[in-house]
Design a protein around this ligand. Structure first.
Ligand code: BTN
Length: 321
């Protein structure tokens, strides 16, 4: 995107939610006023809503709290790299492209993803300044058949962190969707690079948490979604990022030692469908039964005709029945 520095500066000025005239904006930015409308148009394309009053002054629909990378780095005080690219294609892709020079625990965060990706090849809607888009690289010491469990461990980490921050009713829908009041709040996309049968797996863990995404962005998502804002929860995004990075590292180290074993009890308290009647769709074929949690490999357990079977795979979706 051309003139990215000016666009970011303009966002910074408008982030307080107050009205600014074109004249004032052009003076602060030291640019010709004729460019401002063009920048405003580009900012709207990043998902931000801009209002204009009768005096032709602009403001954001609501104030936004921008990522303060120096604050984040100062709180982490660790050896890992924290890449911050305000406008990016995908934080997962960024780390993937840099993989050869990364260390376990290196992170990429962004304000806005142009081609954010979700599971099943879906697009992850990633408007500017409203949510968390974070990826971490890890060289995971675990055999490949335990890998299925990693995204479950990560979703438990997110849910536990949100609970700790006071959001008590957070739940997880198998395998790794974090839910609040029966709507999706956060998603996890673990991408494995060169899956091999040895004990070292290169993985990128991508996390998206909806913090204050607005109704306009809602219309672009075809899932039942929610954000922290609509529940009156206003967390400091910068602190949330710091805590998430710390929690992720602890989780990954534990997973390397015990696999999913030390997460099974936590899963039980977070599982949205535990002991409920569910419909499991497998390649367009429906099976009905009772959800009985997960096993050590992270497979979904379904009780049906008094037997319990384990299910996994991309083609499975589960809903309440
Ligand atoms: C899902 O479909 O539930 C997973 C969504 C994962 C989105 C995150 S946002 C940060 C990281 N970068 C991406 O492109 N995707 C993940």
């Amino acid at each position: 995107m051309k003139n990215i520095t000016n666009i970011l500066k303009l966002i910074q000025i408008l982030s307080d939610g107050k009205y600014y005239s074109i004249k004032k904006l052009s003076k602060i930015l030291k640019i010709n006023p004729i460019f401002i409308n063009n920048y405003i148009f580009k900012i709207e394309k990043l998902g931000l809503i801009i209002l204009q009053n009768s005096e032709k002054k602009y403001r954001f629909f609501k104030p936004i709290q921008l990522i303060n990378i120096n604050f984040i780095r100062s709180l982490l005080k660790e050896n890992n790299k924290i890449y911050f690219i305000p406008i990016i294609n995908s934080t997962n892709q960024y780390l993937m492209d840099k993989m050869n020079i990364l260390k376990s625990g290196d992170v990429c965060i962004s304000e806005c993803q142009l081609t954010g990706r979700g599971r099943f090849g879906r697009i992850w809607i990633s408007p500017f300044g409203m949510n968390i888009y974070l990826s971490m690289y890890w060289k995971l010491n675990c055999v490949f058949y335990h890998l299925k469990g990693i995204s479950i461990a990560v979703s438990i980490a997110i849910a536990e962190l949100l609970k700790y921050l006071g959001i008590k009713s957070v739940k997880i829908k198998w395998p790794n969707d974090v839910y609040l009041n029966n709507k999706k709040l956060a998603g996890v996309l673990v991408e494995i690079i060169n899956k091999n049968s040895h004990n070292m797996q290169n993985i990128i863990i991508g996390i998206g948490i909806n913090c204050s995404m607005n109704l306009y962005n809602l219309s672009l998502i075809n899932q039942n979604w929610t954000n922290l804002d609509v529940h009156g929860i206003n967390l400091n995004r910068n602190l949330l990022i710091v805590m998430l990075i710390k929690k992720l590292k602890i989780t990954l180290l534990t997973f390397e030692k015990t696999g999913l074993f030390s997460f099974l009890k936590k899963w039980k308290s977070l599982d949205i469908y535990l002991n409920k009647n569910v419909k499991v769709m497998i390649n367009n074929h429906a099976i009905f039964g009772i959800a009985r949690g997960i096993n050590i490999y992270g497979e979904f357990l379904l009780e049906n005709n008094s037997t319990i079977s384990a299910w996994h795979g991309e083609q499975i979706s589960i809903c309440k029945y």
